[in-house]
Design a binder for this molecule. Structure first.
Ligand SMILES: [Mn+2]
Length: 430
């Protein structure tokens, strides 16, 4: 019996208020798509089968280097976080898994698994943390972790990652994501080559501890916290890592971890072509690693990324099964609402990409008809697929309007009464 935070009866009641308008919108869109020989129910079924993991750290209010402004009813620990995550899944039916972060979410694995099972949640990739120190560790990561000049510090960082794998095994995870903050702030501070050699050797030790049915994701990030050089700074370095480590190693693309104007969709295509796309951390950005809500600033770019994913799916690209995860920091919104909205935006981009007429597109590409090729993408992108998203949710017990239903449920006020107000705390931007 699944422990429900918002009853199915309540969601059904909210849906009933919107049922007539939704039915009419879905029928109208179905007619429009049928004129292009697209079966709306086939698209809806695919969308309903598309899932994205929510990050445990995303349900707490984030922050910046300057401050953090907590909201009401902040989760006190991982078990509260899992309850908030289950609300997102109940309403969207798009987020059945949670990505944990160790040590932030450290708890008895048996209790984690029991709570996840009770809430109907599984566990996605484990995330290690060697970018900050805990009070009980012997060696500091101030000057690096897996690439540190000191062997004992590197060993400590390797052991931490192996511990993450062990916790993950106990709760049913199948992947480890490694992001490090190692780098330098001054020219000359680090020897680029030796630093990367040390990193690769340490990652090799982690890779050896990886179970056969697991995948290892490495995440590149252009800069921050190191501001002059970063060890794993770009997709090229990331690809070299995956190539060096072996067939269970893949590149993770965090959409916010690139310079402004970088053609991320082309990076995605390259990694797919060479069988090394591991998955995504979805978010959006304007200036840098802003960790804004997915699709909030550049929805067209998100669509173009999904255009590459659907293209790869259609042609059965080798080794193509990317992990989808959200990685955002919610500073000014209710984190649950932001994650609901982001899961919808990610599904929206997928649905729009499914509508691209690929045979026609290929024809325009072969004819060098640049304008009509672009228009073919735009035609799919301009389609309002909201009725498809709503129907995918509704068919699986979710809400036609998940944010409105969440607000009507009073969940935030209920947990605010149960959970004492917090002050400050870490930003959780990774
Ligand atoms: Mn990330």
């Amino acid at each position: 019996m699944t422990e429900l935070k918002i009853s199915q009866g309540f969601i059904a009641g909210e849906n009933e208020k919107r049922a007539d308008a939704h039915r009419a919108d879905y029928a109208a869109l179905g007619e429009k798509l049928a004129r292009s020989n697209i079966d709306i129910d086939a698209i809806t079924a695919k969308v309903a089968d598309f899932f994205v993991a929510v990050p445990s750290w995303g349900v707490g209010t984030g922050g910046t280097r300057f401050a953090r402004f907590p909201g009401p009813g902040e989760p006190r620990h991982i078990f509260d976080k899992l309850e908030d995550c289950s609300v997102i899944n109940e309403l969207t039916r798009a987020t059945p898994t949670v990505s944990l972060h160790i040590p932030w979410d450290k708890a008895d694995p048996k209790e984690l698994k029991t709570k996840g099972d009770a809430l109907g949640l599984g566990f996605d990739a484990m995330n290690s943390n060697t970018f900050s120190d805990t009070s009980d560790q012997a060696h500091s990561y101030k000057f690096g972790s897996l690439s540190h000049v000191d062997a004992a510090t590197r060993r400590q960082a390797v052991d931490h990652n192996i511990e993450c794998i062990e916790i993950g095994r106990a709760i049913g995870s199948k992947a480890l994501t490694v992001w490090i903050g190692d780098g330098s702030n001054f020219p000359g501070q680090a020897n680029f080559t030796r630093q990367f050699e040390r990193y690769l050797a340490a990652m090799g030790d982690i890779y050896k501890a990886l179970p056969d049915d697991w995948r290892l994701f490495t995440e590149h990030k252009m800069y921050e916290p190191a501001f002059y050089s970063t060890v794993v700074q770009d997709w090229g370095t990331n690809y070299l890592i995956a190539q060096t480590l072996g067939e269970k190693a893949f590149c993770l693309v965090d959409l916010g971890h690139h310079a402004p104007n970088t053609n991320i969709e082309m990076i995605v295509a390259r990694l797919i072509q060479f069988g090394k796309l591991g998955g995504f951390h979805f978010n959006d950005s304007k200036y840098g690693d802003d960790d804004l809500d997915a699709g909030s600033v550049e929805p067209y770019r998100l669509f173009l990324v999904f255009n590459e994913l659907v293209d790869a799916e259609d042609r059965g690209a080798r080794g193509f099964h990317p992990a989808h995860m959200i990685d955002q920091s919610h500073n000014v919104t209710d984190p649950i609402e932001s994650l609901i909205s982001s899961a919808n935006e990610i599904r929206r981009a997928y649905a729009q990409a499914l509508l691209v007429d690929r045979a026609t597109l290929q024809g325009y590409q072969n004819d060098n008809d640049a304008l009509m090729a672009s228009e073919t993408l735009k035609r799919a992108y301009r389609t309002d697929v909201e009725p498809i998203l709503a129907e995918a949710r509704r068919r699986h017990g979710g809400a036609i309007d998940p944010v409105a239903t969440y607000r009507a449920s009073g969940y935030r006020a209920k947990v605010a009464a149960e959970r004492p107000a917090t002050k400050g705390g870490s930003g959780g931007i990774v």
